[in-house]
Design a protein around this ligand. Structure first.
Ligand code: PMV
Length: 310
């Protein structure tokens, strides 16, 4: 018998990563074909909450799980927020979002668990409520995240995000296609965020100017997306990538992948997320999607998905 269930999508940052930490806007979209799901069913009497993570083969008894285990942490936070003690429930978690690849797998699993527990408790929870709880878990792992990942994943819709402000929905005037490629290089966001911080402290004038230029690109991108002119996004991606390079968060591998996307027909490409590894995104069309995806794989991408935005 199912007591409750919840899901959340993967995500990609379109524009504005890193500058968003310093108060500039950013745009992010859900990747709806990748999903995390959680289902709550009754467990053995007296066992408390047990988390069954299908993808990693882990089975966690909550009362014995370490404090910093991400699945245990979100479950404890959600149970406390919902005013539940230790119900005898099994939470089964599964996800099609590749782990540690910058597509938001951790935040999506957390959001799915929060939603499933709220449903099992018969307490509806708003997207903002989910987002806030997931943010608490993100803080445990990433220090001081801007909040864009938990926001886009909890709202499951494109967002225009400014740190500390209520997120705004970004309407898609005309759908467009993105190729999202995984560089296959693990690069913790915490490290690149810290490096940018160090460089900003060393040369605040230069970095504030870089962030301002990113902010202007985000504004232009929002207008293009909402106004139904996604074809304008390609050159904006190229410019944003160049600014991320200047911040020091690209890498020779990412630059090579970006170049291969452009030379195989993408109208623009950039790294997406923390950088130095992780993902890049490229603007493609029905005509160019498969040649760009093949070129990216040939250039060393560990995986490529093509997704429709809008
Ligand atoms: O690495 P990701 O995809 O989680 O993106 C991080 C985005 C940053 O702007 C680099 C950090 C943040 O907290 O917003």
């Amino acid at each position: 018998m199912q007591l409750g269930s919840g899901w959340a999508p993967g995500k990609a940052i379109l524009f504005g990563e890193h500058a968003v930490v310093y108060g500039r806007p950013a745009l992010a979209v859900p990747v709806l074909q990748l999903r995390a799901q959680a289902v709550v069913t009754p467990g053995d009497p007296g066992a408390g909450v047990v988390i069954d993570a299908r993808d990693t083969g882990e089975r966690l008894v909550l009362r014995a799980a370490p404090d910093d285990h991400p699945l245990a942490a979100v479950t404890r936070l959600a149970l406390a927020a919902l005013g539940l003690g230790s119900p005898d429930w099994v939470v089964t978690v599964s996800s099609s979002i590749p782990i540690a690849s910058g597509l938001g797998s951790g935040a999506a699993v957390s959001a799915a668990i929060v939603r499933a527990l709220a449903a099992a408790a018969g307490q509806p929870i708003s997207s903002i409520g989910v987002s806030e709880l997931v943010y608490e878990v993100e803080k445990l792992h990433h220090g001081s995240p801007s909040g864009i990942d938990n926001t886009v994943i909890a709202y499951a819709q494109p967002v225009y995000f400014v740190r500390g402000e209520t997120p705004q929905a970004c309407t898609i005037g005309k759908p467009f296609l993105l190729a999202i490629a995984d560089s296959g290089i693990a690069s913790p966001t915490k490290v690149t965020v810290k490096d940018v911080r160090r460089r900003w402290e060393h040369d605040p004038v230069r970095f504030e100017a870089l962030f301002d230029r990113v902010g202007a690109i985000v504004g232009a991108a929002r207008m293009a997306i909402e106004g139904g002119h996604p074809e304008r996004l390609g050159s904006l991606m190229d410019r944003n990538h160049d600014l991320l390079r200047q911040m020091g968060v690209s890498s020779p591998e990412l630059d090579a992948l970006v170049a291969s996307a452009r030379s195989s027909g993408a109208s623009g490409a950039k790294l997406s997320g923390g950088g130095r590894g992780g993902n890049l995104i490229a603007l493609v069309t029905e005509e160019t999607a498969s040649s760009v995806a093949s070129a990216l794989r040939a250039a060393g991408a560990a995986g490529v998905i093509v997704t429709m935005v809008g």
